[in-house]
Design a protein around this ligand. Structure first.
Ligand SMILES: C[S@@+](CC[C@H](N)C(=O)[O-])C[C@H]1O[C@@H](n2cnc3c(N)ncnc32)[C@H](O)[C@@H]1O
Length: 455
């Protein structure tokens, strides 16, 4: 039997017996027959092209994101030229609300590696980084979520460091910094494809609430792929798998549901049950993964990066040294407006957190309104330690609007940070356009950009 050589994460060569050969050796189903199980011709074509090494020639992307790595005009080419007054005045122009930066799809495709609730828009982050740093600086986001700040910093030739306690956020961010050439990813997928489709993973121990989202065969493929990508530290491909895990189009692996929040699939007994949408159909994982990879690479991805991603508590930041950070740009959680565990429950399950462990994670995250300011104070003490003297913190914080109360989070955080040794220089209001507000309320909503200086 012929042997295939694949590379594991460390670049070490690993010899493995190919399942392809096992398939043909025992005369089990031919590849074409396996492809027949896939309902959507687009994905059969992608699969065929992957096998014949023609995918890079024949792949058609649904829409282009206009983005290039061209050099943007630097306001501050070196740290010596930095001027905080100018940085604040650039920010006040709110350029991310203007053409072409206000377009929904502005930015590098890699920003869309996997959905994340509460993600900042890349253009917003882009302008904050350009206004508050120069290319030789190190930028930290201690609540990096899907890694928007470190990635945009990286694309702008800064050193981006991100950290998040949530394993799903950590995986997406790691995926954005797992830089390998396109063909490495496509070859990897091609080499494991037969093993993925022919695997017979048991789903006996998978809870029913997870089974409800997937066709049994798709679920087996996901379980196999998930374990393999995790074991082999294929962060980019693993994040791609999380990215297509659930959603409402044929490119996703699940029954019809949200791609950010996995609304519960409707059971047959539901009065509005829709057979065409609510019965899981077989969705082949490999061609969908290949399509996802191709989309990400439709903008050039730099292979070199100085970026670092950590899975640490913002109240500890153990890996970061004193005075090692020039600027902090972050959108911390504010009060308990978003729930980063239950919104990500399906993805977290595949990352090894059952419901009980998800509850434990929820307790660790800063999510509780009662303790919010105390916890943010602990974060502030660490930020004081890692930030250089006279360095800046830029936090994006939303107001909390309840029926009977209103909290200006930015002002509150500014007050407690004063005690730690940060001076608030300005709070800039950024009105969120009504079509981007999640709630149905027609009241004006603001993000507030608070700029603080390490005194
Ligand atoms: C508003 S989101 C950040 C979104 C991010 N800016 C992006 O573009 O994706 C806040 C993040 O804080 C994280 N978080 C909450 N408590 C944390 C803690 N104690 N340490 C580190 N991260 C925490 C959550 O997991 C969540 O990802």
């Amino acid at each position: 039997m012929e042997k295939n050589i694949t590379k594991n994460y460390n670049g070490l060569k690993k010899v493995r017996t190919s399942q392809t050969n096992i398939l043909s050796f025992f005369g089990i189903k031919k590849r074409e027959e396996i492809w027949d199980n896939e309902k959507y011709p687009r994905y059969i074509k992608i699969w065929q092209n992957l096998y014949s090494n023609n995918l890079t020639k024949n792949f058609k992307i649904e829409f282009q994101k206009k983005f290039s790595l061209k050099k943007f005009k630097e306001f501050f080419p070196s740290r010596e030229s930095f001027d905080i007054k100018k940085a604040i005045s650039i920010t006040k122009e709110l350029r991310w609300r203007k053409e072409p930066y206000d377009k929904q799809h502005w930015g590098h495709w890699l920003h869309s590696l996997s959905p994340y609730q509460g993600r900042l828009t890349p253009s917003f982050v882009h302008w904050l980084i350009r206004a508050f740093s120069s290319p030789d600086m190190t930028i930290l986001d201690p609540f990096c979520g899907s890694g928007t700040v470190p990635l945009e910093a990286d694309l702008l030739n800064r050193k981006g460091i991100g950290s998040d306690l949530n394993p799903y956020a950590y995986l997406i961010s790691m995926g954005k910094f797992d830089r390998r050439p396109l063909n490495d990813h496509l070859d990897y997928l091609k080499n494991i494809s037969d093993d993925v489709v022919s695997n017979n993973k048991s789903i006996d121990n998978i809870p029913d609430w997870i089974k409800a989202y997937f066709h049994e065969k798709t679920l087996k493929e996901i379980l196999y792929l998930n374990e393999k990508l995790n074991d082999e530290k294929q962060y980019f491909l693993h994040a791609c798998l999380m990215g297509i895990l659930h959603g409402n189009r044929p490119g996703y692996l699940s029954v019809y549901t949200g791609c950010i929040i996995p609304m519960k699939p409707r059971p047959k007994t539901h009065p509005k049950f829709r057979p065409d949408k609510d019965i899981p159909e077989y969705r082949a994982t490999i061609p969908r993964m290949a399509a996802k990879v191709m989309r990400m690479f439709s903008n050039k991805i730099p292979l070199k990066t100085k970026g670092i991603i950590l899975n640490e508590d913002a109240r500890e930041l153990k890996s970061l040294k004193k005075d090692s950070i020039d600027v902090i740009i972050s959108s911390p959680p504010y009060y308990n407006t978003l729930d980063y565990t239950s919104q990500n429950r399906v993805r977290l399950f595949f990352l090894g957190l059952n419901r009980e462990n998800q509850d434990l994670l929820k307790e660790k995250l800063i999510q509780n309104s009662q303790t919010y300011l105390d916890e943010m104070k602990k974060v502030g003490i660490q930020l004081k330690r890692v930030l250089i003297p006279e360095g800046y913190i830029i936090f994006i914080l939303g107001d909390v609007i309840r029926t009977k109360s209103f909290i200006n989070t930015a002002e509150r955080v500014g007050e407690i940070y004063k005690d730690i040794g940060f001076e608030t220089l300005d709070i800039i209001k950024d009105e969120i356009p009504l079509n981007k507000v999640a709630s149905r309320s027609k009241k004006k909503k603001f993000d507030r950009i608070i700029i603080m200086k390490n005194d």
